[in-house]
Design a protein around this ligand. Structure first.
Ligand SMILES: [Zn+2]
Length: 690
């Protein structure tokens, strides 16, 4: 079995591998890494050597698919532009304007913040830097990596000595595994080995508590990652100890009791019980992270019931707290079905990370459907177009972003402002992982655990990208060109270094009845929605195939029989007129309030028999900021009437009236734009009586 520590046994051989051998003796690794060049390939050109995919090692159970190492997938088209927007905004500059991840960070040896914020930032900065192959961003990340790797305590502990909480180390381990996947740096595995041995010894005296108890599955991912590379059996003992000390999420969802909006009184916040089990079990971010618990643990247990637990958990969250943007409400505790409730940005990106890992382990296409819904709606919908400001909480029905106390369960009055760190700075540090990890999960590897002869590719989610990997011993490049999710056509070009037979599986979303697949202009059998369609053939360089997804508008039903309009993976909103008022300058950015300048209280006039037929579609080119309001690549029009009795109080719309509703106002035609393009919006509409 491949062992990176054997292959890159010295710092010099590591530098040699990444093409910097002549410099290896004189420059620090940080400077060398930052000088690697771009690797975008022309069609047919041999892809670069990559670290191989490392699959689960027995006795761990096999995953349905394997995630490819960071760097194997590169963004193209609008996705590359979106990552560049992130890098040009707070994503690439946060350390220059926010002391919590600045030069005095505890994770750089300074006396500043030493808890989760440094690792959070790094967990997204690393994939952003390597996906964009950006030397400046790599150098920023390398400072944190070098400090962490070079300052391990003699007992094996990593991180700032000023706190010994296990939780922030969970996040740093996620960052280190990605960094190793991208670079093969030989320092990483020995540091992780010493750390985990220390933790196994220490946990009986200093067990998991509060955040680490409820987020143990995140460390389990890193323990499994290391086991697959070292075969060290103590890591399986550590995995079992984490499970024993960690919170039992599966039991919570086998008999789900938190079906109502959670209040501060219920969790006894005023009595200082915010870190007690009841508060942490109903905490949004914890639940977002917990979605992957069953699948990740199933790799150790081998249990099919554990593997299926993510689907149960998602179903219960959706039933009692589901929102039309694909999220569950959490502002910041579980908040019920009213689309005026919010979802915390940390939960959006953690839920996405859970879905990416769960999809790889379980192989259920519905996990990819939800991943795309979050990535294309809730994620971009909670940032300004330039990604210099974000919200703590976003709402599907969000008609004012101002200082107000309603409607949050437990959050403060700044929660839906756009800014540097509205309400609390966790999301400021944690949001960075959203886009890059999505981009790195677009393709996965299928096949057997111990036999590369069965290798194949899986298109798990769709966005413009290219993948460079090795299948069955042969380098393969696949280039994906598309305006998806705005347009329905997805074009692929396959470039194996030599003719090669292997399967490619395509996720066919549950909404995609009528999708078609063409290979070199020949039609394949119609794929079933909610499945993976498999095309197996001998691929030759330049082979092309195309998936055409049906982009017919759809209606979904929600709270009080309201409706939301969807098309493909996109959710659509009525964009309320916006007046942006600066509240204060915050270093290189600012905090903003947003006030409505137009009415928003519309009910849709739909034909009850075939509501989607009442919606007209206009498509335009997909530009470099497709989620911005000024250049939405697709717009819908629909008939509506104002509903005067539906008003807002304290910045939040009154609860949606039960549909159908009566309105004596004249019928108008209103335009709907992608959810993310409307920063003030109505997404869940009442329906007029017909
Ligand atoms: Zn947060």
């Amino acid at each position: 079995m491949f062992s990176p520590t054997q292959i890159f046994s010295t710092r010099r051989s590591f530098l040699s591998r990444i093409g910097l051998c002549s410099l290896a003796s004189s420059l620090p690794v940080s400077r060398l890494l930052s000088s690697s060049g771009s690797s975008v390939l022309a069609a047919g050109q041999a892809p670069p050597a990559r670290l191989p995919v490392v699959r689960n090692r027995a006795p761990l159970a096999p995953s349905a698919f394997s995630l490819l190492p960071l760097g194997a997938i590169r963004p193209r088209g609008w996705l590359q532009a979106q990552l560049r927007i992130q890098a040009n905004g707070l994503g690439g500059h946060l350390d220059e304007t926010w002391a919590d991840v600045g030069p005095n960070s505890g994770w750089l040896g300074g006396s500043g913040v030493s808890w989760e914020r440094g690792p959070y930032f790094l967990d997204g900065l690393i994939p952003l830097a390597f996906l964009l192959d950006d030397a400046t961003l790599k150098a920023k990340a390398q400072k944190f990596i070098d400090w962490t790797l070079d300052h391990q305590a003699s007992n094996g502990m990593i991180g700032p000595a000023s706190n010994d909480d296990w939780w922030p180390r969970f996040v740093m381990l996620k960052a280190l595994t990605q960094y190793h996947d991208a670079t093969g740096d030989p320092r990483v595995i020995p540091v992780m080995e010493r750390y985990f041995r220390h933790q196994l010894q220490e946990l009986s005296a200093r067990p998991l508590r509060d955040w680490s108890k409820f987020r143990w599955q995140d460390e389990l991912l890193s323990v499994i990652w290391l086991y697959n590379r070292t075969d060290s059996s103590y890591l399986l003992d550590l995995a079992r100890l984490l499970k024993t000390q960690g919170y039992d999420w599966q039991a919570q969802y086998a008999d789900f009791k938190y079906t109502q909006r959670i209040t501060a009184e219920y969790i006894k916040l005023e009595k200082g019980e915010g870190l007690k089990d009841l508060a942490l079990a109903t905490h949004g971010v914890n639940n977002g992270q917990a979605v992957k618990t069953g699948p990740v643990w199933s790799l150790v247990s081998g249990s099919g019931a554990d593997r299926a637990a993510a689907l149960t958990m998602i179903s219960e969250l959706n039933k009692y707290h589901g929102l039309p943007n694909g999220m569950f409400s959490c502002d910041e505790h579980l908040a019920g079905l009213d689309p005026s409730q919010g979802s915390e940005l940390c939960t959006v990106v953690e839920y996405m990370f859970s879905l990416e890992n769960s999809l790889a382990i379980v192989g259920d296409p519905s996990l990819g459907d939800r991943l795309e819904k979050l990535a294309f709606n809730a994620l971009p919908g909670t940032f300004t177009d330039d990604m210099w400001a974000h919200q703590y909480n976003q709402e599907p029905n969000q008609v004012e972003c101002s200082l107000h106390h309603k409607p949050w369960t437990t959050d403060g009055p700044e929660s839906n402002l756009f800014g540097l760190e509205p309400n609390f700075g966790c999301c400021t540090a944690n949001f960075h992982q959203g886009w890059p990890k999505f981009a790195a999960s677009l393709f996965m590897l299928s096949g057997a655990q111990d036999n590369t002869a069965h290798d194949g590719l899986v298109a798990a989610a769709y966005a413009p990208c290219e993948v460079n990997t090795v299948l069955r011993g042969t380098p393969v490049q696949v280039v994906e060109e598309t305006g998806y999710p705005f347009h329905g056509a997805v074009h692929f070009t396959v470039n194996p270094a030599a003719p090669l037979s292997f399967p490619i599986e395509f996720r066919i979303p549950a909404w995609a009845a009528g999708a078609t697949i063409m290979v070199n202009s020949h039609a394949e059998p119609l794929p079933a929605p909610g499945s993976f369609a498999r095309v197996e053939r001998t691929w030759r360089a330049g082979d092309r195939f195309e998936i055409m997804f049906p982009m017919t508008p759809r209606i979904s039903r929600g709270f009080n029989d309201s409706v939301a309009v969807e098309r493909g993976p996109l959710v659509f909103s009525y964009g309320v007129g916006e007046s942006w008022v600066k509240l204060r300058t915050r270093g290189m950015t600012a905090d903003w309030q947003v006030y409505p300048t137009t009415p928003w209280n519309y009910a849709l006039s739909l034909d009850a028999a075939s509501p989607a037929k009442c919606i007209a579609v206009t498509e335009a080119e997909v530009g470099e900021g497709p989620f911005t309001g000024r250049q939405a690549p697709v717009k819908l029009t629909v008939k509506a009437r104002k509903l005067n009795q539906w008003q807002a109080e304290d910045g939040a719309p009154d609860p949606l009236p039960q549909s159908p509703v009566a309105s004596d106002q004249p019928e108008e035609t209103i335009t709907l734009i992608p959810y993310a393009a409307a920063k003030l919006r109505i997404t869940a509409f009442p329906v007029c009586k017909t």
